[in-house]
Structure formats: C-alpha cells, structure tokens
Design a protein around this ligand. Structure first.
Ligand code: 5GP
Ligand code: ZN
Length: 144
C-alpha cells in the first residue's frame, strides 16, 4: 500500500466508497464525481501507478473484472453503450496515481464524445513512418 494514495485507502477501508465488486486482486467502486450514472472504477488492490507497472496476473484479473462488469453496469443504468478507458499517466490526464479503468456508461444523444476526441491534433504520418512504428511495436511485442 502507498500511504498517501486515496485508492489504497479505499482498498483498506480507510476511505468509504460504494464498492460494487471485489475479489482477491481487484476492487471496483463508483466514481465519486461521476461523468454518468454508473460511472465505475476498477483497480488492482496492489498499488501500481500505470498499466505497464502492473504484473501480468494482476492485469489479467483487472481486465477480467472490466469485461465482467461492463455489461452489468450498462444494464443497471439502461445505457446504450459505454467507454471503457484508462488515463494512463499524467500526460493522458491521470490524476490518481493508482492505475484504474473507467467504465463510463453512454446514452444516445448524451452530448459526449468518443475516445477519438481525447488526444490533441491528429499527426500527419507518412506510410513509411507508420511502417516503422508498426515494426517497432511488433518487435517490442516479440513478433518476428
Ligand atoms: P483519473 O483522472 O485519475 O483517470 O480519474 C480519477 C477518478 O477518480 C476521477 O474520475 C475522480 O472523480 C475519481 N476519484 C477521485 N477521488 C476519489 C475518491 O476519493 N473516491 C472515489 N470513489 N472516486 C474518486
Ligand atoms: Zn494506491
């Protein structure tokens, strides 16, 4: 646990939260300042700041919980869809430095935007730049 982390304090029961799901590795609770009814946060119980810091098993459990909970949350609030997303790092808007996935229910004509709207201006990338990026990611991911 990180002493000054509010999400670790929620895991430890020191700060109250509307917990909606819990297992050995994962906790899910309603966002205190929801963007929509049912806005839910899913976290690994262990403190890790970013996705890349989360050990594989814990990451798998977190994604399993997101996968399991998303349709349940949508049903409960009668949503038409949802955005499931991570603000991964300060540059991406992460404010609480304990990794968390957002389940944000969406409704037809709710005036919101798609995930495409979160980044800045679209870069103008040439085909060879895209090829290089794809090759480097594939290499990093261990693909031939
Ligand atoms: P971030 O920008 O880090 O991805 O999002 C942090 C989220 O945590 C925000 O949506 C914010 O409303 C929520 N949040 C911040 N503090 C608390 C808290 O003490 N309890 C709960 N339930 N949510 C919180
Ligand atoms: Zn923490």
């Amino acid at each position: 646990m990180a002493e000054d982390c509010i999400f670790c304090q929620i895991v430890d029961g020191e700060i109250p939260a509307r917990v909606v799901y819990e297992d050995a590795d994962v906790l899910a609770f309603l966002d205190a300042n929801p963007l929509a009814p049912g806005h839910t946060l899913v976290i690994p119980k262990d403190h890790h700041e970013r996705l890349g810091d989360v050990p594989p098993e814990s990451g798998e459990m977190m994604f399993a919980a997101l996968h399991y909970l998303t349709p349940i949350v949508e049903d409960v609030v009668d949503a038409d869809g949802s955005n499931v997303a991570f603000n991964n790092g300060e540059a991406a808007g992460q404010e609480v430095p304990h990794v968390h996935g957002h389940i944000i229910p969406r409704f037809d004509d709710d005036g919101g935007r798609p995930v495409h709207a979160v980044a800045g201006e679209r870069p103008d990338l040439a085909d060879d730049e895209l090829d290089d990026i794809a090759d480097s990611i594939a290499e990093g991911a261990g693909e031939e």
